[in-house]
Write a protein of this length. Sequence first.
Length: 497
Amino acid sequence: MEHHVSKPGIIKRYGVKKILAAGLPFFVAGFFIASGIHGINSSVAGSINEGPHLTASEPSTIPGSFANLADTMSPTVVNVRVTKITQADFPGHNFQQQPFDDFFNRFFGGSPEMPKNFRAQGAGSGVIISKDGYILTNNHVVENAQEVTVTLADKHEYKAEIIGRDPKTDLAVLKINADKDLPSAELGDSESLKVGDWVVAIGNPFGLSQTVTSGIVSAKGRVIGAGPYDDFIQTDASINPGNSGGPLFNLKGEVIGINTAIIPQGQGIGFAIPVNTAKPLIPQLVDHGSITRGYLGVSIQSITPDLAEALGIDNSQGALIADVAPGSPAEKGGLLRGDIITGFNGTSIEDSHDLPVKVAAVPVGEEVTVKIVRDGQEKELAVKVGKLESTPELLGNASDHGQGRWGLQLHELNPQVEQQLGIDAETGVAVVGVEPGSAADEAGIRQGDVIIEVNKKPVSTIDDVKERISQSTNKDRLLLLVQRQDGKMYIPLEQHG
């Protein structure tokens, strides 16, 4: 069992991911066993939108049977089998714990003799979205994969190429080259979904092929701590490990979500990425393999009733600016700390959760209108949206202090770092990279952690960390107090040899 506090954000995706939100652990629904977004013109994207797509005839409001939908749409659902090199973590070892260790220990029995690095095979699901073999699935299903094999409903197998991945939304696009046109599913409109609508999930739970489950939309817009663009569909259609990447259909046979996460203790609580989140991403993933997002440069928070009263405002609508990054598009556009953003690019902002998605969707360099409330007065400001730098570029610009000995790559907190890594911390130093096999890696330090104490002394800058390390009486051991989202934990680091 994992006893550490898990991060409610995107962490290592070896088939199953544990996160923490509202005190409940979540798992992404992959399955493993040991052994700023804007459309881009694309000929490939055009082929995805071309028919013929399979759709089931629309039944009555209360379906008597899902047989027609299951029979029609099952050929569009595939099994995704992945081979990776990963780390073992069994009793008696001090290796970094992997998210699916409970499975190994309960079903296989951890072996202290198993090597630290070993081949692991995992299984997930996917849905064919074009007749020429493009497949939509979850990023965590194929991340770090050495080999990906796709099995169709007719049992034909194909080697798959990973065309593009987006860890922030946990989406990926694969491509297989078949010798025939493939049955493909149509991407629907998740915005039109209503709570209470019937939905059907088809996937490969626990490696079992072509499993069909049904339920209703339990909620929309769920934020479960998986990342800055959380906007999940909650459903009670049964979703289990192995369903990751598989489609959630409406009764017309249109894909309206990609099944992603579950609460193991919850009876019938699963989460799917809305297909409207995926649709504008697909062309960029196909053409470029990654996503370019817009960047504003503000730290924001929602307005609670107590905060509204303290600010002397009548309602809680909008996103309150807590900080503005120096030199950012927001600063250049005249936004200030304490402003309340109520509109962005012609759409309303109800709370802080609405803004990141809308900013990310704006093409870099485009000028937008930001509606704010400042000192009780409404204003409109023109802001030119910048580019949200990717994590690898951020890591390249980060300080390498401490990496050589302890394996930590650190960056002082600022709005851009906090937004990219999903950090919400008042003080400390962000971990933006961990060297594989280092003391930090073996101790379980993760990208996105915030170090707030070294040897029980507070730190707020990289220089503080260096000073605390230099003052350590035991040069081979450190004690860190780490914030992982809403939880804090002590983590000892130790040098061996």
